[in-house]
Ligand binder design. Structure first.
Ligand SMILES: Cc1cc2nc3c(=O)[nH]c(=O)nc-3n(C[C@H](O)[C@H](O)[C@H](O)COP(=O)(O)O)c2cc1C
Length: 343
């Protein structure tokens, strides 16, 4: 991607949120050539979803579902739009997103800034019938009195227009949200979410934090399994800070990118050992080897966001090429054959 090599210094000279806004506008113009067809070794089935490849776009890049088809065209095997909340909300004051260049990382405290459920659902409805799996990631407004009711509203509004639904209870930037990961609250959330999804509906996944104790992992695995959730997404950003060098290391918010890789993969492996539920591995993926490590630790599919900030749009094709080569090197005939071999 020569164009990105030229654009990157310009984008990095801008505040990261401004650069992101420009990227979304460029994608809306549809300037991208379609990616070539995927290597057949990458085709896989995840929780009943037929994916051309297991590399997905993580939530947060396309919060308002403005560019899911452009991101599919870039070569992602699936795209997750959101997090959306029932009502539009501005999020936290700027600046609230920071590049940690020396650490290949980002810290964000955006706080679910988004244009609300009506606009989001209308965009997804408008793409009905187009190929490609787009997931809807739903959350709760900051000042909701009944947070679970916000998830229920989101699920009801998107369920007929998405390939899957993600219930995001792991953003560190909405105070108290992650308390929904605790046993009793989670049981109620999963119960009401599954009811809103309805029998025979699209798969419903729960997205969790990487900052969990072994007891938390056991509880979440048990409650989600018992409640009928179709899978877990492991993980969101971390509130921990270890070994960072960048001057922005002290900013409040969720840390993503390279420093999250080992922690999120370890939590993923712990979930693999705790539950047979399908797992999506997310956190710090920037190469085929990173994606392969997630798969071997138990992920049936993988997602990324921060890697794109540093690697640009050409990263998706590079990761897929490297992953296919690693599978062949180790004698696997498919992605599914490699899932969990290290767990
Ligand atoms: C700027 C930014 C915004 C994000 N917004 C969301 C969000 O709205 N909902 C969500 O579930 N995850 C969100 N995430 C988390 C990512 O989906 C992902 O779980 C996390 O960044 C780890 O993956 P990565 O290291 O590949 O970025 C966001 C991440 C970043 C960097």
């Amino acid at each position: 991607m020569l164009a990105y090599a030229l654009a990157r210094p310009l984008l990095f000279a801008l505040d990261p949120e401004t650069a992101h806004g420009l990227t979304i506008r460029a994608l809306k113009l549809g300037l991208l050539p379609p990616a070539p067809a995927d290597d057949p070794i990458l085709a896989t089935s995840f929780a009943g979803l037929a994916l051309p490849n297991p590399i997905g776009l993580a939530a947060g890049f396309d919060k308002n579902a403005e560019v899911p088809d452009a991101m599919l065209r870039l070569g992602f095997g699936f795209v997750e739009a959101g997090t959306v909340t029932p009502l539009a909300q501005p999020g936290n004051p700027r600046p609230r997103m920071f590049r940690l260049v020396e650490d290949r990382a980002v810290i964000n405290r955006l706080g679910f800034n988004n244009a609300g459920l009506d606009a989001y659902a209308a965009r997804l409805r408008a793409r009905a019938g187009r190929p490609g799996i787009v997931g809807g990631n739903v959350g709760a407004n900051k000042d909701a009195t009944d947070r679970i009711a916000d998830y229920v509203r989101g699920i009801a509004a998107v369920r007929d227009h998405v390939g899957y639904i993600t219930v995001n209870i792991s953003s560190p930037n909405t105070p108290g949200l992650r308390a929904l990961q605790s046993r009793d609250a989670l049981a109620e959330l999963v119960g009401r979410s599954m009811e809103a999804r309805g029998a025979g509906g699209v798969p419903l996944f729960v997205k969790v934090a990487p900052d969990l104790t072994p007891e938390d992992v056991a509880d979440i695995a048990e409650v989600c399994g018992a409640g009928g959730a179709d899978g877990l997404i492991v993980s969101n950003t971390t509130i921990t800070r270890e070994g960072l060098r960048s001057r922005h290391a002290g900013e409040t918010g969720g840390l993503s990118g390279a420093p999250l890789l080992a922690r999120s993969t370890a939590v993923l492996r712990a979930f693999r050992q705790a539950t047979p539920l399908p797992l999506i591995g997310v956190g710090g993926v920037a190469s085929g080897a990173d994606a392969y490590a997630k798969i071997r630790a138990g992920a049936g599919a993988v997602q990324l966001y921060t890697g794109l900030v540093y690697g640009g749009p050409g990263l998706v094709a590079k990761i897929k090429r490297e992953l296919a080569a690693l599978l062949r090197r180790d004698g696997f005939a498919s992605v599914a054959d490699a899932v969990g071999v290290d767990a």
